[in-house]
Design a protein around this ligand. Structure first.
Ligand SMILES: Cc1cc2nc3c(=O)[nH]c(=O)nc-3n(C[C@H](O)[C@H](O)[C@H](O)COP(=O)(O)OP(=O)(O)OC[C@H]3O[C@@H](n4cnc5c(N)ncnc54)[C@H](O)[C@@H]3O)c2cc1C
Length: 424
């Protein structure tokens, strides 16, 4: 096993993007040859909807709200798509960090099953959008393989499978023999499910922003520093002294939400990932399924269009600042390479790319999407855990409906101020 030094991909997010300590190192993602242009906002302006933040959340939001006919402005203080979005390993799973069994314990079966079905629909909606709009973003439909935690009783996974069947969710249970013969993986059991996908997250974000631009949205450079709810809208103050008057504001600022926005369930942690050199053709696992593991100390793996293996995990809630994350990079890289060697022993186990990022998660594994408590006309979407892209698509549809004045009961399951459930 050998760890190569940090490398910069020629098209990789620039080191000059600070993004408030959101990520470090270099991921293998590409950028569009021409990133969407964004003039500095240098005069006061008005719009229907101001989206603050142009990562994947702001990108889905801008595309969808402009398609609905709103006059949308998207503001980012740094380079769009190069915050946490560039750190994402971009597995588009409909399976949520909290298993259906865990969510059932917290909220009961009906509510848990409903949320899972919405998540499944979100990935299929996202796929339809990418296909119909022909967004160039390395999108590939993939099966997912959810492995039993090493050394645990496979009956736990069978119970999860039976619960998923009851909830009308797709997938099969593979026992040890089938898993070994069909995938050459040595765990006790796994759930093999259709309906997930992978992308290049930077390309997806930039393609969405470009489409939003063609639909009339404006992408602007600027930092929002104050929000004043007044009359029928919100007055947003910028660091350069200008202001935007918006009928609605969507906070899509990822892990740098304004300090006054508190969600009882939310916590920030750190996570690491690496990408190997391109593997020899024919040496990757069957179907290039998205692999992830049950358990606290989980890891996950996918492949890229140029045959690399990306493996991530090693989450640590004690190392949350950038310096500590960077300091742990070598040790975390070594740990991930060792996990890769255990998972797929024939892989060329070297790290061509190594990176880390802040990771917002919630005690119940569900995102925070909806109205900002106590602030009329303001919405927020964050705290996605490992489902950032699936949930940001879902957020754009849900907030689109809320802006239209619609209410559906399940929106409350994701409310920003929902209480911490017993047992979480
Ligand atoms: C290592 C790692 C692996 C991951 N793997 C996956 C995965 O496999 N699948 C998945 O779905 N998710 C994954 N995630 C999670 C996913 O990356 C995030 O949930 C998602 O990218 C968050 O996107 P965002 O747009 O909300 O935030 P960001 O991408 O951080 O965008 C927020 C933007 O807001 C801007 N901003 C902040 N404050 C202001 C302000 N005051 N004014 C103007 N602009 C502002 C920032 O500059 C930034 O560009 C992973 C995360 C990490 C770190």
């Amino acid at each position: 096993m050998d760890i190569s030094p940090d490398k910069t991909h020629p098209d990789t997010p620039h080191p000059d993007t600070l993004h408030d300590g959101l990520r470090g190192g270099y991921p293998p993602w590409r950028q569009r040859a021409r990133a969407p242009g964004r003039p500095v906002l240098a005069a006061n302006m008005r719009c229907d909807v101001l989206v603050v933040g142009a990562g994947i959340t702001g990108s889905f939001m801008a595309e969808h709200l402009s398609a609905l006919g709103h006059q949308v402005c998207v503001l980012d203080r740094e380079q769009p798509g190069l915050g946490s979005t560039a750190a994402s390993t971009a597995m588009l799973l409909w399976e949520i960090d909290a298993s259906l069994g865990k969510l059932t314990q917290l909220y009961g079966f009906e509510r848990a099953a409903e949320i899972y079905r919405h998540s499944l629909r979100a990935v299929s909606g996202l796929k339809k959008l990418v296909e119909s709009a022909e967004l160039p973003c390395g999108f590939r439909a993939r099966n997912s393989l959810y492995l039993a935690e090493a050394g645990t009783d496979p009956r736990d996974l069978l119970a999860e499978h039976l619960l998923r069947e009851r909830a009308d969710l797709p997938g099969n249970y593979l026992d040890h023999r089938r898993l070994l013969s069909e995938f050459a993986l040595t765990r006790e059991a796994a759930l093999l499910s259709p309906g997930s996908a992978e992308v290049d997250p930077v390309l997806l974000s930039q393609a969405l922003l470009a489409r939003a631009g063609r639909q009339g949205a404006s992408l602007l450079a600027g930092e929002a520093v104050s929000y004043e709810v007044e009359g029928g809208g919100v007055l947003v103050g910028l660091a350069n002294g200008c202001a935007v008057e918006a009928c609605k504001v969507v906070l899509a600022t990822g892990y740098v939400m304004p300090e006054w926005l508190h969600a009882p369930l939310h916590a920030i942690s750190s996570t690491w990932a690496i990408a190997t050199p391109p593997q020899q053709p024919g040496t990757l696992w069957r179907d290039r399924a998205l692999i992830w593991e049950a358990g606290e100390n989980y890891s996950y793996a996918r492949t890229t269009t140029d045959n690399r293996i990306v493996i991530g995990g090693e989450d640590d809630s004690d190392l949350t600042d950038q310096a500590a994350r960077d300091g742990a990079m070598a040790a975390k890289t070594k740990a991930l390479l060792s996990k890769l060697a255990g998972l797929w022993p024939t892989a060329a186990c070297r790290a061509d790319f190594q990176w880390s990022g802040a990771f917002g998660e919630t005690a119940d594994g569900l995102p925070l999407i909806g109205a900002v408590p106590g602030q009329r006309h303001m919405f927020a979407a964050y705290g996605y855990g490992g489902n950032g892209i699936t949930f940001s698509y879902m957020a754009s549809r849900l907030i689109g409906r809320m802006i239209a004045g619609a209410h559906e009961d399940w929106f409350e399951h994701l409310a920003v101020d929902r209480p911490v459930p017993l047992g979480a």
